[in-house]
Write a new protein. Structure first.
Lengths: 347, 144
């Protein structure tokens, strides 16, 4: 993401292009009532829009979000955006709290729009720091961990074979071998020596637990990707672009990883203990993860996050996307490696 | 020898300007966020610059010892020193990939070396986080 705020001209050119695109999709005239840039996100630029559609099946006012690609590639072959939209739609239909999917803007759209996706805008808070500390969320905080676990269990109950086309294990490959292999390939692509991460990857490849079932893995399931309402609690799970097939442990370990601050640490109380999350996940239909399995996926989460921090810095260093923010993320690798070495001690 | 300000002194002057003079005048949340990142990056480099060569020489010696290479004086030239440490870390990574550190006494030596190297990196990048890790390691862990 560049230092400059989005210039007004970006908004001015986006407005008629979006109206034309939506009118084409809805087959009725569309008028934008509001359009503004949303903060955050190093992967895509996000815009909020209110659009009035004049007739047909879509008649009425729609509050939407546009996620437009900015050419980022961090880890995994990111799912093509039409597949991402299909995942969101399938999850929404299965009762997982996911936004309602609208339209996919393909490459080379006729209106000069950048490729991206349009979906329902679910109102609420997404900033983890506020969810953990703001008095406005005190009422929902005690049940948020259970809701997080429940939504994940429902997501993992969606039949993986209904969503073909997602990245996943090769026919002769176990899900975990695929998942570890993706992280390893991302590290290799950087060409840098990182002995701590080599120790982590080696341990992961030698300790693979059996995988009971292939599921749709969200890929970035953490507090910062949830929309939370001060009264209802969890309302939506966002950011499905890293979705893939694999062992559900990846999402479980990621959700509980220390750097997302969802679960209690000594001296840093949060939404509840990791054990409570694991129990709530199992009680709501998810697999039972024992201490050893939870440890395995904690190691996995830290290796994966460490590789992502390095990959983010490389997006800047490659010259493709000059960004102070991306560059600075590279120096977060050390704290993740520290946690990893703690987890590997005595193992 | 260069005239003063030294590297840390010059960096601190730039950082103080950004944090104390410029930041209070900036209202755009995105710009504020990026300005805070810039301030932090300068702070990291202020900690990193003094003693960087000594740390690289120490890492070079420790890696040679770990890899069973005879002691050798490290390259004098700073760029050559960096290259030598990078190559030694490549060699260590390759040994780990081949399974040499899967068990036994060498595993313990590798774990100790890598943990110390990560400590050194974190002391530069985020000493507060390092202190928090150490405080936590001394405490019970009810969350686990």
């Amino acid at each position: 993401m560049s230092l400059e705020a989005a210039p007004a001209t970006a908004e001015e050119s986006l407005r008629p292009a979006l109206e034309a695109f939506i009118a084409d999709e809805a087959r009725h005239p569309a008028a934008l009532r509001a359009l503004w840039r949303l903060p955050g996100g190093t992967m895509r630029e996000a815009w909020a829009l209110d659009v009035e559609i004049a007739g047909g099946a879509w008649a009425g006012l729609h509050r939407l979000v546009l996620l437009a690609d900015c050419g980022a590639q961090i880890l995994y072959s990111r799912v093509p955006r039409d597949d991402e939209l299909r995942v969101i739609a399938a999850m929404h239909a299965a009762g997982v709290p996911a936004p309602r999917a609208y339209w996919c803007i393909p490459e080379g759209a006729p209106h000069g729009l950048k490729p991206g996706i349009l979906m329902e805008r679910v109102e609420g808070e997404t900033v983890a720091r506020r969810l953990l500390a703001d008095p406005a969320y005190a009422a929902v905080r005690p049940r948020l961990l259970d809701q997080m676990a429940g939504a994940l269990a429902r997501m993992h109950a969606v039949r993986a074979d209904t969503l073909d086309g997602l990245p996943g294990p090769a026919p002769a490959q176990t899900p975990i071998a695929f998942q570890v292999g993706e992280v390893e390939a991302s590290l290799r692509a950087l060409g840098e020596p990182h002995p701590a991460l080599e120790l982590g990857l080696r341990w992961l490849s030698r300790q693979m637990p059996p995988c009971e079932r292939l599921v749709v893995v969200h890929g970035d399931y953490r507090l910062g990707n949830l929309v939370v309402d001060p009264h209802d609690g969890l309302r939506a799970v966002l950011d499905w672009e890293l979705a893939h097939l694999g062992d559900p442990g990846e999402d479980v370990g990621w959700a509980c990883m220390r750097f997302w601050r969802s679960v209690d640490r000594p001296g840093a109380p949060a939404l509840g203990t990791r054990q409570r999350f694991l129990d709530a996940y199992a009680a709501q239909g998810g697999r039972r993860f024992d201490r050893e399995a939870a440890h395995y996926w904690d190691v996995f989460a830290n290796v994966r996050w460490a590789v992502i921090t390095l990959s983010q810095a490389h997006r800047h260093l490659s010259g493709r996307e000059r960004s102070l923010e991306l560059a600075s993320i590279g120096r977060h690798c050390a704290e993740v490696e520290w946690e990893l070495m703690r987890l590997l001690r005595d193992r | 020898m260069q005239d003063r300000p030294t590297i840390p002194e010059a960096l601190q002057a730039a950082r103080d300007f950004l944090a104390q003079d410029l930041l209070p005048t900036v209202t755009d949340p995105r710009l504020r966020y990026h300005l805070q990142i810039a301030v932090n990056v300068l702070r990291i480099v202020e900690r990193e610059a003094p003693g960087e060569e000594e740390r690289l020489r120490a890492e070079h010696a420790a890696l040679r010892d770990l890899l069973g290479q005879p002691p050798a004086s490290p390259p004098e030239d700073a760029a050559a020193l960096r290259r030598a440490v990078l190559e030694a870390n490549h060699a260590l990574s390759e040994r780990i990939r081949q399974g040499d550190a899967d068990g036994g006494p060498w595993r313990l030596r590798v774990l100790a070396h890598v943990a110390a190297a990560v400590d050194d990196k974190l002391a530069v990048n985020n000493p507060a986080q390092l202190a928090a890790f150490r405080a936590e390691a001394g405490a019970e862990s009810p969350g686990d």
